[in-house]
Design a protein around this ligand. Structure first.
Ligand code: ADP
Ligand code: ADP
Length: 215
């Protein structure tokens, strides 16, 4: 299906009149587009533009489509992008279950249905039964998995990942990569991955685009 997935159509981003990003790419459902490039190249800025939270110091044009729908003009909360950063950014004043409940779409109604979705989301990242835990008591790897479960519980239409593995040690990093890419394939989510790490790009297995190079 031609329109399935994420289509980045003629995106151009400039800072103080200088173009830093120019990109047209299609990311199929379950596939990963890896964005590499030196620090300051505009990788995070590209994610922010697609996510709908671009700082107004940038001028940007171009459009994004999800499954053929133009989402470029929608407010961030209506784009339904699942975003992960280097830091898991769990809400510290909420339990693990509270973090997930908060992220569930409002359309999922009823205490029982919502509780069940949280249970399933935690099962999906091998953290079943951890609802009551305080995020502060979790290991780094567990926090990363809660952050992933929270993003998936929100029923995103695509994943935008900004160095999501870079705080993890090598073993956890590999586990987490496999988990994220497996979930994306399972759910047919297109993924945009920003990373410095060649091994991340190799594990992603998709196209690689380098921005801010010498061209
Ligand atoms: P190319 O001609 O090199 O394939 P295109 O810019 O035509 O480059 O398209 C790149 C990819 O994006 C192709 O797989 C194409 O099918 C897909 N594509 C093109 N337009 C759209 C669209 N509006 N929505 C979703 N996918 C699209
Ligand atoms: P990357 O993620 O590739 O390291 P960024 O997207 O964070 O790069 O930044 C791209 C460029 O925009 C850099 O030159 C950075 O200094 C600049 N920049 C980022 N955020 C802002 C901002 N809020 N105001 C002004 N310049 C910014």
């Amino acid at each position: 299906m031609k329109d399935a997935g994420l289509f980045i159509d003629g995106v151009r981003i400039a800072l103080a009149g200088r173009e830093i990003v120019s990109l047209t790419r299609h990311v199929a459902p379950g596939a990963v587009l890896t964005v590499m490039g030196p620090s300051g190249a505009g990788k995070s800025t590209l994610l922010a533009f697609i996510g709908g939270f671009l700082d107004p110091v940038f001028s940007a044009s171009g459009r994004f489509f999800i499954d053929g729908q133009d989402i470029s003009a929608l407010p961030a909360e209506e784009r339904h992008m699942g975003i992960l950063f280097q830091d898991p950014l769990l809400f510290p004043h909420m339990s693990v279950g509270g973090n997930l409940l908060f992220a569930l779409p409002a359309a999922i109604r009823g205490r029982t249905a919502r509780k069940r979705q949280v249970e399933e989301a935690l099962q999906g990242v091998d953290l079943e039964g951890m609802e009551a835990r305080d995020p502060a008591t979790l290991s780094g790897g567990q926090k990363a998995r809660v952050a992933l479960a929270r993003v998936l519980a929100a029923h995103p239409r695509a994943l935008l990942l900004d160095e999501p593995f870079s705080k993890l040690d090598a073993a956890l990093r590999q586990q987490m990569r496999e988990l994220v890419f497996a979930k994306a394939r399972e759910r047919g989510l297109p993924v945009l991955l920003v990373t410095h790490d060649e091994a991340d790009a190799a594990a992603a297995g998709g196209d690689i685009v380098t921005i801010g190079g010498t061209e």
